[in-house]
Every structure is written in C-alpha cells, then in structure tokens.
Design a protein around this ligand. Structure first.
Ligand code: MRU
Length: 364
C-alpha cells in the first residue's frame, strides 16, 4: 500500500489475522489488535478500535475475508457454510449505521461472494483468494482516491492557508493518507499550509487525540482548539478554509459527518469562510435524495458523562449523544472527490453512476 504519510496503517490484512491500530488508546499508546473473526471485527467497529468511514469499510471487507477463511477452515465447503457466512456478513454490515462506506464495502464483498459461489459454483476454498484480492483492492483504491482528493483539494487553497478541521479524516480514518487530511498533506507538501486548527471533537476527542497526533507524526503544524472556538477564530480572521470528511453524502450534497460539523459550517458561512467536504465516491449514497433519510447513530451516555474512569457530569443525568449531524448542501462551498471538485447545485449522477451501490446487492 502506498502513501507518502509516515503513519502506521490503521488496518492491515495478514495471513492469519487483520491487524487494527487501536485508536481508543491513541495518542498515549500505539498498539495493534489482531482480529481473527467477523464477530470480533464487528465488535471492533462498534467499540471504535477502528473508526472513520472509509477505514471501517476496509476493515469490514477484511472481516468478510476472515469469515470465509474461518468457514473454509471449520466447515470446508459444506452447504451450510454459505448461509452461516450470510449471518456473519449481516453483523458486520450493521455494526455502525451512518457511514455508508461500511455497507458499500460489505455489499461489494458479498456481491462477489455470491457471484463466485452461487452463480459460478466455485467452492469457498477457490473463492477465498479472489475475495482476499478484492478486499486488498478496496483498500488500495481508497488510498489512491485519497491521493487524488489531496491533489484536487490543495488547488482550492490560498498560499499559507490556515485550515480548520473537525474530527479525524486522516490516514487513521481511511486506507491511508486521508480525505480532509489528504488535502492538508498535499497542501503542506506544496508549502501552502501554514497551520491546521484541529477541533477537539467532543465527546470522543478524535481531533485532539487523533488528528493532532497524526499531523505531528508528519511534521505538519497543528493547534488544538475546543469545539466552541470557531466563532471567535473566524471573527478574528484566523481561518482561510474549513475542510472536513463525511460519512454519507446524499444525492443533493447534504453531508453527514461527526457531530459539530454543521455548527462549524454555519459559522464559516456567517464569516464568508469557504467550507469544503472531502470524500471518496464510496461515501456517496445516491439512493437518498437528501438528509432526511440519513441514519444518525446515537451512542452511549458514558461517552458524554465520563472521560476514561472520571465522571465529568453528575451520575444519572440525562444525556443526548448523536454521533453525527448533517450539513445541508447550501452551506458547502465544494465537495472534493477523487473525480474532481463538485460545486452547488450538486449533481453527481453523471460521475458516480458506475459505482456499485448497496441497493443493487440488497435487491438480489
Ligand atoms: O465516529 P467516527 O470517529 O468514526 O467519525 C468519523 C468522522 O466523522 C470522519 O470525519 C468521517 O468518517 C470521514 S473519515 C475520512
């Protein structure tokens, strides 16, 4: 896998496991967790050992490979193995609801599995190397998409740009390199990024824990700010552009991303600061006309009431903890993809109609 970042891979397939960089422990500990089964992978996605829309798609594709490896090992090519695999694949597919990259990758793997085993009568043993190759291909495609996003996005920035970002849309959240951070990496390599402002990103601190750590690994200047500071910063002319990633983009350009992104977009609009989304085609969901159909994950209360073992709110208090919000298309200056930059009114139909969509597999 090629990228010019110095980051360790967030996800890696090995001959006997899938290694995940445990993102819950960063930045204090760099530890890899070996995952051996599809249910283990589903739990790792739920627990956010691996997180970020493209990375969980890649991890789930490898989860399908692990399921098939185990089926071949345990049951050989018994008739029941395919049906058992379908249950494991469903668990992977349902592990997180908002990032469409997850469903896209799982359905792409399952579509190939079905075609090989059901339509072409291959044994699981013979199908396995083709499924491994497909999962590795999904991973490599994502890195290449990120690199292209970086090249397209860097052209949008002024000299010495000061860029505000939210959450982590970097190498840790993707196959490597990153979407929003891919643009930042490319701009920095061209000598055109003077500072990155990383929102802390409550409640899981992906900005202060992950984005800050990731950018520091590559020597890119970064300043951590808390989520409520964007108004003050833009009022004081400290930000030239905002760039974030996305978890799901509807056909009209409405874009779901980490909770707090919408607020940032509103502040950017109020101050005339361009607000960009950077995402690969696997993040697009043309089956949804607009934001009304995007499922928003609600996570557990303890993410808000505690940091580690320490309570930061009274025990028993009511908590509302949606993991994502949706930035309406009219607040988005441009959407940076591997195919180029799209501007409002958004119409992706000509460019993304060849991309395999989850729905096509579900309906079979
Ligand atoms: O809950 P997370 O950490 O998985 O949320 C991640 C984000 O919101 C990212 O910005 C998004 O997935 C894009 S990653 C390239």
């Amino acid at each position: 896998m090629t990228s010019f970042s110095h980051m360790p891979p967030a996800v890696e397939l090995t001959p006997d496991a899938c290694l995940l960089l445990d993102q819950r422990l960063l930045p204090t500990e760099v530890k890899f967790v070996p995952i051996h089964t599809a249910p283990e992978m589903a739990n790792a996605i739920v627990d956010m050992i691996v997180r970020g829309a493209p990375a969980i798609g890649i991890a789930a594709a490898y989860g399908v490979v692990l399921a098939v490896r185990n089926a071949v090992h345990d049951a050989g090519d018994a008739d029941c193995a395919y049906e058992y695999l379908q249950r494991e694949i469903k668990t992977l597919r349902q592990s997180r609801p908002t990032a469409v990259n997850l469903m896209w990758a799982v359905d792409r793997m399952n579509g190939l599995l079905r075609s090989l085993v059901k339509e072409n009568a291959l044994s699981l043993t013979d199908a396995l190397p083709k499924l491994e190759a497909e999962a590795l291909h999904i991973h490599q495609e994502d890195i290449e998409a990120n690199l292209a996003i970086g090249r397209h996005g860097a052209k949008l920035l002024p000299e010495n740009a000061r860029i505000h970002t939210h959450c982590n849309a970097g190498a840790l959240a993707t196959g490597g390199h990153g979407t929003a951070l891919g643009v930042i990496r490319e701009a920095f390599a061209q000598g055109r990024c003077s500072m990155v402002y990383a929102d802390e990103t409550r409640p899981r601190q992906q900005g202060s824990r992950l984005t800050a750590w990731e950018l520091m690994q590559d020597g890119i200047p970064v300043t951590v700010v808390t989520d409520g500071m964007s108004g003050l910063m833009m009022q004081n002319n400290m930000v030239d552009a905002v760039i974030t990633g996305a978890d799901r983009i509807a056909a009209n350009g409405d874009s779901a991303n980490k909770i707090g992104t919408y607020n940032l977009a509103l502040v950017a609009k109020a101050h005339g600061v361009p607000f960009y989304i950077a995402a690969p085609s696997s993040t697009f969901d043309p089956t949804l006309a607009d934001r009304s159909g995007i499922p928003i994950e609600e996570r557990c209360a303890s993410e808000v009431t505690q940091i580690g073992e320490t309570w930061t709110a009274p025990q028993g208090v009511a908590v509302f903890n949606p993991g994502f919000d949706v930035t309406p298309a009219d607040l988005i200056t441009g959407i940076i993809t591997e195919k180029g930059v799209f501007y409002p009114p958004y119409d992706f139909s000509k460019d993304f109609d060849t991309v395999v969509r989850p729905q096509e597999y579900i309906s079979k």
